[in-house]
Design a protein around this ligand. Structure first.
Ligand SMILES: C[S@@+](CC[C@H](N)C(=O)[O-])C[C@H]1O[C@@H](n2cnc3c(N)ncnc32)[C@H](O)[C@@H]1O
Length: 255
C-alpha cells in the first residue's frame, strides 16, 4: 500500500475511535472523568487566557475540538462575547450546548472534522484554540491548513496539549501505534509540535512547557492570500502577549 493509502486507513481507525469515545461514551461524563482531572485542563484554559490578555471582548474565537465547552465557558466568564466551537462528535457538542445555554452563554457550535473542513467562511475568526486535540490528529497539517483558512490574516492559534515526560510518552506512543485509545494518535514533545507548525509555515510566537505533562504554543498562520480579513496590525506585531518567560522554545526541543 502506498503512503497515502496507509494514512487513509490509519485516519479512519483513529477517527472512529475518537468518535466512539467522544460521541458515544463520554459526553455525559467528560467533565468529571478522572483522566481529565489528572491532566488539569484548567492549565490550558489559563494559558489561553494569559495569551489573549485583556483583548477578549473584541475577539472572535473558535475553539476547535471544544468537547463540552469548558474553555468556551471560561472565555465567556472572562469577557469574551463572540464565541464559536466545533467538535468531531455531535453528541458532546449537545452537552456543550445545554451547559452554555444554561449559563446564558451564546456560542455558535457546529459539528465538524477539523481535518476535513470547518463550516465557517475564510477569515472568520481572530483566534482559534486547540486544547488537548493535537494528539488526536492523524493529519495535523490538514487541520492546521483548515484552521489557517478560517483565521483572519493576522489571527492567531493558541494550542495546548499533553506531552508527559519522555519514557511515558514514548511508551504511550508505541502502544497507540498498535491500538488507538479514545482516538489518541500520538503525543508530541513541545519541539515536535512546534515543527509541525513551522513546517506548515506557521510563525511560532511562543512555545513553552507549562508543566511536566503539558506545553503551550501560540502561533500566527502562514501569510495567505489577501482574501482573508485583518485587523490592520503588521504581521510581526499582532498584539500577541508574551507569556511569562516565554523564551519561545528557542532553546530547541524541551522534550
Ligand atoms: C481530549 S478532548 C479535548 C477537549 C477540549 N478541547 C478540552 O480542552 O478539554 C479532544 C476533543 O477533540 C475532538 N476531536 C478529535 N479529533 C477531532 C477532529 N478531527 N476534529 C474536531 N474535533 C476532534 C474530540 O471529539 C474531543 O472532544
Amino acid at each position: 500500500m502506498n503512503e497515502g493509502g496507509h494514512q487513509a486507513v490509519e485516519h479512519d481507525r483513529y477517527k472512529a475511535s475518537s468518535f466512539r469515545a467522544y460521541n458515544d461514551k463520554l459526553p455525559e461524563r467528560y467533565d468529571t472523568a478522572i483522566a481529565l482531572r489528572i491532566l488539569r485542563p484548567w492549565v490550558a484554559d489559563n494559558f489561553v487566557l494569559d495569551v489573549l490578555g485583556t483583548e477578549l471582548t473584541r475577539l472572535r474565537i473558535l475553539d476547535v475540538g471544544c468537547a463540552t465547552g469548558r474553555l468556551l465557558e471560561r472565555l465567556a466568564e472572562n469577557g469574551a462575547r463572540m464565541l464559536a466551537g466545533s467538535d468531531l462528535a455531535p453528541r458532546i457538542l449537545n452537552t456543550a450546548r445545554a451547559k452554555l445555554e444554561g449559563r446564558r452563554i451564546e456560542a455558535d457550535l457546529r459539528p465538524a472534522d477539523a481535518e476535513s473542513s470547518l463550516p465557517w467562511p475564510s477569515g472568520t475568526f481572530d483566534v482559534a484554540t486547540l486544547t488537548g486535540v493535537l494528539h488526536h490528529l492523524v493529519r495535523p497539517r490538514a487541520a492546521l491548513a483548515e484552521i489557517a483558512r478560517v483565521l483572519r490574516a493576522n489571527g492567531r492559534l493558541v494550542l495546548w496539549d499533553a506531552c508527559f515526560f519522555p519514557p511515558a510518552r514514548e511508551l504511550m506512543n508505541a502502544c497507540l501505534k498498535i491500538h488507538p485509545h479514545e482516538g489518541d494518535y500520538r503525543f508530541y514533545t513541545p519541539g515536535q509540535a512546534r515543527s509541525v507548525l513551522t513546517e506548515s509555515a506557521w510563525d511560532v510566537v511562543c512555545c513553552r512547557r507549562l508543566s511536566w505533562w503539558s506545553y503551550g504554543i501560540c502561533a500566527t498562520p502562514p501569510a495567505g492570500d489577501d482574501t482573508r480579513g485583518g485587523l490592520g496590525h503588521p504581521r510581526t506585531a499582532r498584539g500577541l502577549r508574551s507569556v511569562g518567560d516565554a523564551r519561545d522554545g528557542a532553546a530547541g526541543d524541551p522534550g
